[in-house]
Write a protein that binds this ligand. Structure first.
Ligand SMILES: NC(=O)c1ccc[n+]([C@@H]2O[C@H](COP(=O)([O-])OP(=O)(O)OC[C@H]3O[C@@H](n4cnc5c(N)ncnc54)[C@H](O)[C@@H]3O)[C@@H](O)[C@H]2O)c1
Length: 243
């Protein structure tokens, strides 16, 4: 029997990268899935069983609310929410215009707020649930040309602690994951020189793969391993950050 047998998981940003890997692992562990994204799913996650796909823009409250309502109408419950939708755009701070700042904050921070805001009431009503935002180690250590992204990810880590304190008494556990560099389309735009130099800096000497991040989400979603984590930020990060 899978670790998530009988559970319903909502995954945002599930069409690609880390969200897609989480979807495949959760599916293999028996969860029914509702996949939220603005893009079409990757071929490897397009045919997962017991899975519905929803065109949801995580920046849009009505879109997220309607997606959550659709999941409740179909399944009557949400056990796990993984917030993996994200964008990354490199811009030097001195050239960053307010629209770029707003766009990144909208997807990477507001998007987590909205998904949690509409899913949590159903978890609280059930007396149990797991919310797992995907932050980034850059929210801990900072980064060049990424002030908006770093601010959003630091915000996600802070919001995780706040939600964890507010919701744990209701049986809803909130914990973030702060990956290091992971080979996904998100970082396709970064230069090969930067990637080579960054990999050389890592104690492990290489970037992560999405399949290496998904098991941390399974740990946090599952039981008994996930039952004791509250407000934590776990770091599958090739050793780049050691808090
Ligand atoms: N790849 C990395 O190195 C890395 C490192 C640390 C953290 N992260 C974080 O992990 C999460 C997943 O990133 P990834 O690397 O898998 O990237 P990815 O680009 O492969 O996947 C991100 C997904 O989010 C979706 N998305 C973007 N805007 C959306 C919106 N408004 N509404 C709904 N979906 C939207 C995209 O369509 C895409 O499918 C992100 O939050 C990212 O910031 C990634």
């Amino acid at each position: 029997m899978g670790a998530l047998e009988g559970q319903v998981a909502v995954i945002t940003g599930a069409a690609s990268g880390i969200g897609s890997a989480v979807a495949r692992l959760f599916s293999a562990e028996g969860a029914a899935l509702a996949l939220f994204d603005i893009a079409e799913p990757a071929p490897e996650s397009a045919a997962l069983p017991a899975t519905t796909r929803h065109r949801v823009d995580v920046t849009d409250a009505d879109s997220v609310s309607a997606g959550i309502d659709a999941v409740i109408a179909e399944h009557g419950r949400i056990d796990v929410l993984v917030c993996a939708a994200g964008i990354l755009e490199e811009v030097p701070f001195l050239e960053m215009d307010p629209a770029q700042w707003d766009r990144t904050l909208a997807v990477d921070l507001r998007g987590v707020f909205l998904a949690a805001r509409y899913a949590a009431p159903h978890m609280v009503a059930a007396g149990r649930g797991r919310i797992i935002p995907i932050a980034s180690q850059l929210g801990i250590k900072g980064g060049v040309n990424l002030a908006h992204y770093v601010a959003a990810k630091a915000g996600v880590i802070g919001m995780t602690k706040a939600l964890a304190q507010e919701l744990a008494p209701h049986g809803v556990l909130v914990n973030a994951i702060a990956p290091g560099p992971v080979v996904t389309p998100l970082i396709d735009g970064l230069s090969e020189d930067w990637k080579a130099q960054k990999a050389a800096e890592l104690p492990l000497g290489r970037f992560g793969r999405p399949e290496e991040i998904a098991p941390t989400a399974l740990l946090l979603a599952g039981s008994p391993g996930g039952d004791i984590y509250v407000g934590q930020t776990l770091g599958p990060n090739s050793g780049d950050v050691m808090p």
